[in-house]
Design a protein around this ligand. Structure first.
Ligand SMILES: [Zn+2]
Length: 87
């Protein structure tokens, strides 16, 4: 089922496809480094969600200290794949 609409605002590149939540703040607040080395920029909201569900992922050290801290704090509160249980 395709639930996307043409009028939906574009989301940051880090937003997981199955996660319906909108972005929060700038789309390049931080960069997530996936375990296999790929780097993807994203908003703090989606970076935190990716981080929570992905063993070995981390925030790029170039992220501002404030953004990185925010992401780690949020990720700690999130279950992996938060969208699957409606969070
Ligand atoms: Zn986002």
């Amino acid at each position: 089922m395709d639930t996307r609409h043409d009028c939906a605002p574009p989301r940051c590149p880090a937003a997981p496809a199955p996660d319906p939540t909108p972005c929060e703040g700038p789309h390049d607040a931080a960069t997530i480094i996936y375990p296999h080395g790929r780097e993807v920029a994203g908003c703090v909201h989606h970076c935190a969600r990716v981080l929570a569900g992905l063993e070995g992922a981390r925030v790029h050290p170039f992220a501002s200290a404030g953004s990185a801290m925010e992401i780690y704090l949020r990720a700690r509160e999130l279950p992996p794949c938060a969208w699957e249980i409606g969070k």
